[in-house]
Design a protein around this ligand. Structure first.
Ligand SMILES: Cc1cc2nc3c(=O)[nH]c(=O)nc-3n(C[C@H](O)[C@H](O)[C@H](O)COP(=O)(O)OP(=O)(O)OC[C@H]3O[C@@H](n4cnc5c(N)ncnc54)[C@H](O)[C@@H]3O)c2cc1C
Length: 551
């Protein structure tokens, strides 16, 4: 644990040296003793300590200093450290200054110079103040701190990125924490949020996922010039492909733009995955699978892939930073992304009240408030059960006349048995309203289209999905909904795909470009289940081996 600091300030180097020596002698085992020769220097040091998340227990400050008096310094620094104990060092003649210090900055004590012998005149006073401070202070978190606001969508995105990559952090709402707001204002533009503060004293302001990934030491570049296999997408299908590919000796790299786990990683509890009789959280499954893939030697790159091209016999994947990764074979496991709710008011409230998917990081934010779930699939059901543990009331807004058409019975039973979940059927969301946060959800009854408004602090949207195929648009053959066609589905009436030059049919999982395979939810005809995606990802590797024998 980092020791809390005692900071002493005096413009007289001799006095400063003497007090530092006496402080060290008595307190060095429990505190870090720092000194500064002026109020300005001390203020800068205090800002840096705050940025690193270091606690300051005590300021011991000379009153009579040029430029900035001790009282003036304390007035400034207490905005950053309101709980620190404050002691002024005064000469006999400064009693009046000490008294005004008590009134202006809540001085805890004033010490008359000289303080010899310290065992009698210094330590008893400071011991008392420090034990009082220790009893009342909550020591700051020493890891990554995200200082942001509920009204800042980027703050939400940063929290999501860190939590889905299982990076621990401490959230600070700057609207509630004035010292942190003060610190952020001292950096310049206090409206650019969040500010991510790192234990080494550095910071990132409103960072992108890639900047964050680099800073926290995630791999963002390929290590080898060439791979046997590049997997795009780190959901269950991609992770399974990585485990099987790497374990079977293929030089394998997996490229994931947000966090390993994909949709499954956002599930609060997967209950139908083989081998986990009491369920497994998506985050846990993702962490285990990623560790397993890495253990077999697969690289996992935190970056998006933006394009794919063929340079026979090679395949080249272009990453978001403009670099290329070359290989013999590609497994496309990019899954699906949620379908957008196209009603007025959603867009400006995204991340600050309106969310696609479960947004589990926000559950505590909506404790004891009313929230809505839009949708009636299994993911909506899981979301409703998850938020019912926090929210006062969860209202499920369902277009159909029952949940039975789209949700598994075990989830329906659980929802019906949860008193704070209400299911409203035959309704459609028509608008959402709110300034800086979600306040109302407008719904209309079907088929009459009679409108009414619900009060809600948050709305979680689960209304289906569309395949993520932007990076292969124009290259691979897709079905009418945009899913990637593979194997026999490419030749429904016997003829081979356009531009297919090989003297064989496409293999199972192989797309209309030889050597490019698709697995999981993105593939036309797939089952849209975790176990199915895992099966497809591992099954595709068997076919990749057959392909590699021919190149
Ligand atoms: C909330 C929720 C709960 C669910 N619960 C269950 C359940 O209980 N049981 C069950 O069987 N199924 C469940 N499902 C469905 C299941 O999660 C999916 O079928 C499964 O995750 C599909 O896996 P996938 O690997 O094919 O795709 P995805 O899980 O969609 O993963 C695709 C990955 O590819 C990444 N990606 C996309 N494009 C790019 C790119 N260009 N570059 C880099 N990376 C990219 C994405 O970021 C994502 O991580 C649930 C789904 C959701 C949303």
């Amino acid at each position: 644990m980092v020791k809390p600091v005692i900071l002493t300030v005096d413009d007289d180097p001799e006095v400063l040296g003497a007090i530092e020596r006496d402080l060290r002698q008595h307190y060095r085992s429990d505190y870090r003793i720092l000194k500064a020769g002026s109020g300005r220097e001390a203020l800068e040091a205090a800002r840096q300590l705050k940025q690193r998340g270091t606690a300051v227990a005590l300021f011991l400050v000379d009153e009579r200093m040029p430029e900035m008096t001790g009282t003036e310094f304390l007035r400034e620094v207490l905005r950053l450290y309101p709980e620190s104990r404050r002691v002024l060092l005064t000469a006999y003649a400064d009693t009046q200054a000490a008294i005004s210090g008590i009134n202006e900055v809540g001085l805890d004590h004033y010490l008359l110079k000289p303080w010899d012998p310290p065992a009698e005149r210094l330590y008893p006073v400071l011991d008392d103040l420090l034990s009082d401070w220790t009893a009342h202070v909550r020591l700051p978190y020493e890891g990554i701190r995200v200082a942001g606001a509920r009204s800042s969508p980027r703050s939400f995105a940063v929290k999501e990125f860190l939590s889905s990559n299982q990076v621990p952090y401490h959230w600070i709402d700057v609207d509630q924490d004035l010292p942190t707001r003060e610190l952020i204002s001292s950096f310049g533009d206090a409206t650019r949020l969040p500010v991510v503060l790192f234990p080494d004293g550095s910071r990132l302001v409103a960072p992108t996922n890639r900047e964050l990934a680099e800073k926290i030491g995630m791999q963002t570049r390929a290590r080898l010039p060439f791979y046997d296999l590049v997997i795009v997408g780190g959901g269950p299908a991609g992770l399974a492909a990585a485990v099987y590919g790497a374990s079977e000796g293929l030089r394998t790299v997996l490229v994931e733009q947000s966090a390993p786990g994909g949709q499954a990683g956002t599930s609060s509890r997967i209950e139908n995955y083989l081998g986990f009789p009491s369920g497994v959280s998506g985050a846990d499954l993702a962490r285990r699978a990623t560790t397993q893939a890495r253990r077999f030697g697969a690289e996992v790159i935190a970056q998006g892939a933006v394009a794919l091209r063929r340079e026979d016999p090679y395949r080249v994947v272009r990453l978001a930073d403009g670099t290329d990764v070359s290989c013999y074979a590609v497994v496309l496991a990019t899954g699906v992304s949620v379908r957008m709710l196209e009603v007025s008011g959603v867009e400006p409230l995204l991340g600050i009240g309106a969310y696609y998917g479960a947004a589990m990081t926000e559950a505590a934010t909506y404790r004891d408030q009313d929230v809505c779930i839009v949708g009636a699939g299994n993911s909506a059901g899981q979301g409703a059960l998850f938020f019912s543990r926090y929210a006062r009331r969860v209202t499920m807004l369902v277009r159909a006349d029952s949940l039975g058409k789209s949700m598994s019975q075990y989830l329906i039973d659980r929802i019906m048995a949860t008193p704070n979940i209400e299911v409203v059927t035959r309704v459609e969301v028509t608008a959402v309203r709110g300034t800086g946060r979600l306040e109302k959800v407008a719904i209309c009854r079907l088929p009459e289209r009679e409108e009414r408004e619900l009060d809600a602090a948050a709305m979680f949207i689960f209304i289906g999905a569309r395949p993520r195929t932007e990076m292969v648009a124009g290259l691979l053959e897709l079905d009418e909904q945009g899913y990637v066609l593979t194997g026999p589905a490419l030749s429904p009436s016997g003829q081979r795909p356009r531009n297919w030059t090989l003297d064989r049919d496409p293999l199972p999982f192989e797309t209309s470009v030889p050597g490019v395979f698709a697995a999981g939810d993105v593939r036309a005809g797939s089952s849209k289940r975790v176990a199915a995606a895992v099966g497809e990802g591992s099954g595709a590797i068997g076919v990749v081996h057959s392909y590699l024998e021919t190149v």
